[in-house]
Design a binder for this molecule. Structure first.
Ligand code: GUN
Length: 308
């Protein structure tokens, strides 16, 4: 009957992990930490560089700058032409490496094809890398050393921790193997004692592997890829995808997870928008404060340490 259908839906409906709310709490703590640093005459600064005018990247960078200001981090902004030469970009980064007002340098990816991204990323001072993409920091993350953790995987981990489920021994399946999300995410979950599988475009039978997962992290950039039938009942589902779709002449944002199908099967799910996106930014601000504290030889503010 309808009554039982209704009741069943209530019982089955996943809880939403509110990334926006958790991010606002993280930002509040970052803001307190910045005030503490200011008391010591230390003023954290973040330089953001965007090359070209990709619409999505422009929005992400604008949000990063706005959020930095909100928590009291000074923002140094560079908008470079699509046609800039690699050498000029390297010169700017070198200048920022030497500028003592700058604690973090973020080069928004992707870069135009004529620029060697690896070269650019590695030119950022290890101690001003706030993405954790520099080879040294990526290597440290890989072997579980104290390092700068890439913002998006860190945001996903904080969301998983917010629901206070045991991670130890759980099957975690990560869809996507990018250096920005998939690979570091695997490492973080491995450090939490999960059994980690990365699936990707060449994987045989992705669905069967996802079906075994207690935790699913989707980061491939394929709209609504993951169907309800792929998900084990009660799994925790983190959706990193931000895909723009046109539906009936309207532009909408959807994730890599088919939210409407999965929400009644998962125990927890992150929405798009309002899930991982705001967490990425909050973690960037946190990384900036960590790098600032480290560079100034002061200990990491206690309130931020407590977030882990
Ligand atoms: N492009 C997509 N995500 C990110 C990120 O976290 N950092 C940078 N720099 N570029 C990105």
């Amino acid at each position: 009957s309808n009554y039982f259908k209704c009741l069943n839906n209530l019982i089955m409906a996943a809880k939403i992990i509110d990334g926006k709310l958790i991010a606002s709490k993280v930002k509040e703590q970052v803001s307190i930490a910045v005030s503490d640093l200011n008391q010591k005459s230390i003023f954290p600064g973040l330089a953001t560089i965007i090359v070209g005018n990709d619409a999505a990247s422009s929005i992400y960078v604008k949000n990063k700058r706005k959020s930095a200001k909100e928590v009291g981090i000074e923002s140094f902004q560079y908008e470079l032409s699509e046609n800039i030469q690699e050498k000029e970009l390297l010169e700017l980064i070198n200048e920022l490496n030497l500028n003592s007002d700058v604690d973090g340098i973020l080069v928004q990816l992707p870069l135009p094809k004529h620029i060697n991204s690896d070269l650019i990323i590695d030119s950022i001072d290890v101690n001003k890398d706030v993405d954790g993409f520099n080879v040294i920091n990526a290597g440290k993350t890989f072997i579980g050393r104290d390092s700068v953790i890439p913002c998006t995987p860190l945001g996903c981990l904080l969301m998983l921790k917010s629901i206070k489920i045991e991670l130890k021994g759980k099957n975690a399946v990560i869809i996507g193997r990018s250096n920005i999300v998939g690979k570091p995410m695997a490492q973080l979950l491995l450090n939490e004692d999960c059994t980690v599988t990365i699936v990707h475009s060449k994987t045989f039978n992705i669905q069967a592997l996802v079906k075994e997962a207690d935790i699913v992290v989707a980061a491939v950039g394929s709209a609504n890829l993951v169907k309800g039938s792929w998900i084990k009942k009660g799994a925790v589902v983190i959706d990193v995808g931000i895909n723009r779709l046109k539906v009936e002449d309207k532009n909408i944002l959807v994730g890599d997870i088919n939210f409407n199908e999965v929400k009644d099967i998962a125990s927890y799910i992150t929405p798009v928008p309002g899930g991982v996106g705001p967490m990425t930014i909050a973690c960037l601000l946190m990384n900036t404060v960590f790098q600032c504290a480290k560079r100034n030889n002061v200990s990491i503010p206690n309130n931020l340490k407590k977030l882990f």
